[in-house]
Design a protein around this ligand. Structure first.
Ligand SMILES: Cc1cc2nc3c(=O)[nH]c(=O)nc-3n(C[C@H](O)[C@H](O)[C@H](O)COP(=O)(O)OP(=O)(O)OC[C@H]3O[C@@H](n4cnc5c(N)ncnc54)[C@H](O)[C@@H]3O)c2cc1C
Length: 475
């Protein structure tokens, strides 16, 4: 019996024959995620397995070690960085069967769910019990808790509540040794001293397979309101955000888009965007009505002080509808409708706050050098747990990378952009994970910390079974 037949046989014993497949048509489904990198290589796994419990996950890891076959953990496959792709083929471990909402505990403000639960399912369960789960990415109908915790996701409510990893109180994780580890619990501070949770959050499946998570939920705010303002440039927009921070306002949504990004988002809605808008910011606040009103008043005063002008309500509402995608709003979402022919790729980087304008100008110069004169790259900046001050910049690039010549050019462009981010003292990736997208520069960014990280990897995954070849970790 060859190695793969042996694997097939053993996996069938662990999960049952209906949850293992060798069929090419089934495997092809897992050969692409949502990244351009996914279209550039052959990432078809040899076998797909769907575990139903943590014990099954652990047993699968032990078989993989015995046969020396890599495992690639798969949540919803919505990644934009190629990080769930089976770069060395082997096993794709699809977590979506592990989708039980184990408990909603409104008294302790926690929800406990298996890692394959979608964000939409977690939100729906929370709402049923009168509480609010704050991580609502635009991919929430398909992306999973395990995927979000592994990619450091942000969402429309991050300015107030933080990243998804800020919501994690505890996790259950299976290491690359097959051992099960439980870290944290329901208490809001249950990780003494060293925060071991953080080792596995944002690790993109390279250090362990998350099987369960205990997450924070919050009381549902009574009211929610939005305003948007136009600014002459990024520098003014950033100054307004700093002013709002100083004023003590804590909005839940802060999205800063340039005109092109707004146009991309609202393509179908045909919402008119005033001519003079170069940079616009959408602010959202929630809470009791008088608190919301006071916050909105303060935000308006700060923006006006920094040469911002209020944008029409129609634009504000259309913008909010386009980013607020959930099961109830999906049909009305302009954004969902605007994705017709092909998905624009993204460059995501963090640079020091004072460098946003310089980085954006560099992007324009490079675009001209590459001959993409007539194509506008949308720039948008999102806020973080650090409050109303945005920290990450994205360029949404509407280039048809299905054409191989364009794709090659695009990869060269991306390299220059990431190198510039590092030269400015920034970081190559923000919330989409490193994956294949920015792996070539991870060592450069981490420097000596890279060696330390590889030592940790060899401790928790000594046979390099987990997501082998991903995120800059070699064979
Ligand atoms: C239209 C669209 C909009 C998006 N909007 C947002 C947004 O607003 N905010 C945002 O943050 N992201 C967004 N994304 C990106 C993407 O949805 C997120 O990165 C998401 O968290 C990935 O989750 P997933 O379940 O699909 O994971 P996958 O794509 O399946 O996997 C992503 C990574 O997580 C690992 N992984 C998955 N499950 C586990 C597990 N249980 N244990 C360990 N590792 C695991 C995988 O191995 C891989 O490395 C968007 C994507 C699309 C396509």
């Amino acid at each position: 019996m060859n190695k793969l037949d042996k694997l097939h046989d053993q996996l069938e014993r662990i999960v049952g024959p209906e949850y293992v497949t060798f069929e090419l048509c089934d495997r092809l489904v897992y050969s692409k995620d949502y990244s351009i990198e996914g279209f550039a290589g052959n990432y078809t796994p040899d076998i797909v397995v769907k575990p139903g419990s943590t014990d099954e996950v652990a047993a699968i890891v032990r078989i993989a070690i015995e046969l020396d076959i890599p495992i690639y953990t798969w949540g919803g496959g919505t990644s934009m960085s190629g990080n769930p792709l089976a770069v060395q083929h082997g096993i794709v471990l699809d977590m979506k069967r592990m989708n039980r909402i184990i408990e909603v505990d409104p008294e302790n403000l926690t929800i406990t769910a298996e890692a394959g639960s979608t964000m939409a399912a977690v939100q729906a369960a929370a709402q049923k019990h009168g509480v609010f789960f704050t991580h609502q990415p635009e991919s929430c109908l398909s992306s999973t808790i395990g995927g979000a915790l592994s990619c450091m996701g942000i969402s429309i409510f991050s300015a107030k509540y933080g990243y998804v990893y800020d919501q994690a109180l505890g996790i259950e994780v299976v290491l690359g040794t097959g051992e099960k580890l439980e870290i944290g619990g329901k208490s809001y501070l249950s990780v003494p001293s060293h925060n071991l949770l953080n080792l596995f959050l944002g690790a993109e499946g390279t250090l362990g397979i998350i099987t369960k998570a205990i997450l924070k939920v919050y009381p549902i705010p009574q009211h929610r309101d939005h305003l948007s303002f136009g600014f002459p440039n990024i520098t003014m927009a950033m100054a307004a955000c700093k002013r709002i921070h100083a004023a003590g306002c804590w909005p839940e949504t802060v999205y800063a888009f340039d005109k092109r990004s707004l146009a991309q988002y609202m393509e179908r809605a045909k919402t008119p965007i005033p001519e003079d808008v170069k940079m616009a910011i959408l602010f959202g606040c929630s809470g009791d009505q008088d608190m919301v009103n006071a916050s909105m008043k303060s935000i308006a005063a700060c923006c006006t002080e920094l040469h911002g002008h209020i944008l029409p309500d129609e634009l504000t509402h259309s913008w909010w509808n386009s980013v607020n995608i959930n099961r109830d709003t999906f049909d009305q979402s302009n954004f969902a409708l605007s994705h017709t022919e092909y998905e624009p790729d993204l460059i995501d980087a963090c640079v020091p706050l004072s460098k946003f304008q310089e980085y954006s100008d560099f992007c324009d110069e490079l675009k001209a050098e590459f001959g993409w004169i007539d194509i506008d790259f949308g720039a948008f900046i999102v806020a973080s747990p650090r409050g109303p001050i945005p920290f990450a910049i994205y360029f949404s690039v509407p280039i048809d990378t299905r054409l191989s010549a364009e794709a090659e050019k695009w990869f060269a462009f991306k390299e220059r952009m990431y190198r510039k981010a590092l030269a400015l003292g920034g970081s190559i990736s923000d919330v989409n994970g490193v994956g294949l997208r920015s792996a070539p520069w991870i060592r450069e960014q981490l420097g000596t910390a890279w060696t330390f990280l590889t030592r940790i990897k060899s401790l928790v995954d000594p046979k390099n079974i987990l997501n082998r070849g991903q995120r800059g970790f070699d064979q």
